[in-house]
Design a protein around this ligand. Structure first.
Ligand code: GDP
Length: 457
């Protein structure tokens, strides 16, 4: 059998991240590694590195230093593949990892095929076939797994911000714990004003993260949008305007839009998952009745309501009813057909809508105003796209908990409950933030106490 080649591939998922791991496997893994990785300590030689050891050094590509990082060594047969393996950990981001892979290829490695490491592990008797299949399953679970990885990879800015808050709270928690638990150590008491300021700053930051979650989620996932209104006001025309082509049949006869028509459109960078509705009115027509039932259902679930009114006709009782139904919802009133003489009394809309836009959907007029109104109503107009944001419900839950604990801490402080009460709340907030970023709170508080105050002497 031919000597197996030495293969190279990125072992960590592509995208932004703290660290990327480039893995070499095969008989030439050490010699390839020696041509791209240079240990900090010149006395150490890559070729002589024993299995299960690590060396710190720098990576070189085309004669230039690329990055610094760590090489981990595994000697055959005690590695994942059963072959010699070297794992090169460089800083995350595609450019460095890709350049490093190219350098490995230039040094004699071949790019690994899909699943090749696992295949080698199987061929070398390191894992059974069912284990190999299980590994493949995990790797190819693109949906949820992929989403989770993306969450992880894109979380850099958020991790940094949360890390800063954690640092602040950790210092406070350490100080408070030392003060409360070791009174004989003469730990200076924290100034309440300073404590209040520090807690207030973290609370403001965490609150901002919580508040931007909804708008961030809207941007990532789009928002289910119901187009509602009486027959013939121009709902289908609006849908077609937004969609840019004739998706729904537009006719001047009332009641032709029988069903919920779904269409995703982009409006000012926001994805609206639109459903046009059969006119919301009672009817003896069974097919249309079913359409209306489905419309009502969809309306109840919609994250945004575009309520359309005919500006060229006097307001109908149904319009008043619709305005009432929209109260408290994220809803925009569209007074359509403003190219015709206006007879619609805007007063009926009172209290139902966060924004009113006059437009002529039939002529494409007023689209920019609609776009601005939608952005305002959804809260995405104020969203800073470069700012860190929470991207999962798990993160949101942890942030909400941290916010509550911080508010409790400030309340305990203001109410003069004593620093031990404050300390408990700060610990809770810290625990929630640590959960948000996946770190163990208790251990880090302990470390902080003993490193800063030497109470354990
Ligand atoms: P729907 O029943 O609410 O879906 O209403 P349609 O979209 O089918 O429109 C009903 C009628 O109003 C059609 O004849 C459209 O051409 C007309 N229409 C829609 N928008 C406008 C507009 O902005 N100006 C004018 N003058 N007519 C419009």
């Amino acid at each position: 059998m031919a000597q197996p080649s030495t293969i190279v591939a990125q072992a960590t998922p592509p995208g932004a991240g703290g660290i990327a791991v480039v893995r070499l496997s095969g008989p030439g893994a050490y010699s390839v590694a020696a041509r791209v990785f240079f240990p900090q300590d010149p006395a150490k030689k890559v070729e002589n590195a024993r299995g299960y050891t690590a060396l710190f050094g720098h990576f070189q590509a085309r004669g230039c230093t690329l990055d610094e990082g760590v090489a981990l060594f595994f000697r055959a047969p005690r590695s994942y593949t059963g072959e010699d393996v070297v794992e090169l950990s460089c800083h995350g981001g595609q450019v460095i990892a890709q350049t490093l892979i190219e350098a490995c290829i230039a040094a004699g490695a071949a790019p690994a095929g899909p699943g090749e490491y696992t295949k080698r592990a199987f061929l070398n008797g390191r894992i059974s076939l069912t284990q190999a299949e299980a590994v493949m399953d995990v790797i190819s679970a693109a949906g949820r797994q992929g989403a989770a990885l993306a969450e992880h990879a894109l979380g850099g800015a958020l991790a940094k911000q949360i890390g800063g808050y954690r640092q602040t709270l950790l210092a406070l928690a350490g100080h408070l714990a030392a003060w409360v638990d070791f009174p004989e150590e003469d730990v200076p008491a924290l100034e309440p004003a300073a404590l209040q300021k520090a807690l207030g700053e973290v609370l403001a930051g965490v609150s901002a993260l919580v508040e931007s979650y909804g708008a961030g989620a809207v941007l990532r996932q789009g928002v289910d949008t119901a187009i509602v209104g009486s027959p013939n006001v121009g709902k289908s025309t609006l849908l077609n305007l937004l969609a840019g082509f004739d998706r729904a049949i537009v006719t001047p006869v009332a009641g032709t839009t029988r069903d919920v028509v779904e269409q995703a459109v982009m409006l000012g960078g926001v994805r609206l998952n639109l459903f046009d509705t059969a006119g919301l009115r009672e009817t003896g027509d069974l097919v249309e009745a079913e359409g209306i039932r489905r419309s009502r259902e969809k309306l109840a679930q919609a994250g945004l309501v575009l309520a359309v009114f005919d500006g060229s006709s006097p307001a109908l009782p149904a319009d008043r009813e619709l305005a009432r139904a929209c109260a408290g919802r994220r809803a925009v009133a569209l007074i359509n057909k403003n190219d015709l003489p206006q007879r619609f009394d805007e007063a009926v809309l009172q209290g139902g809508f966060s924004a009113v836009v006059r437009m002529a959907a039939g002529r494409g007029g007023g689209l920019a105003q609609l776009e601005a109104a939608v952005a305002r109503v959804l809260g995405v107009a104020e969203l800073d796209l470069a700012a860190p944001c929470l991207v999962s419900q798990r993160q949101l839950a942890a942030a909400v908990e941290a916010r509550a604990a911080l508010a409790d801490a400030l309340e305990a402080l203001a109410g003069g409950f004593g620093l031990d009460a404050v300390s408990v709340c700060v610990d809770d907030a810290l625990a929630a933030l640590c959960r948000l970023s996946g770190e163990d709170a208790a251990a880090s508080v302990v470390e902080e106490v003993f490193s800063k105050f030497c109470v354990g002497k």
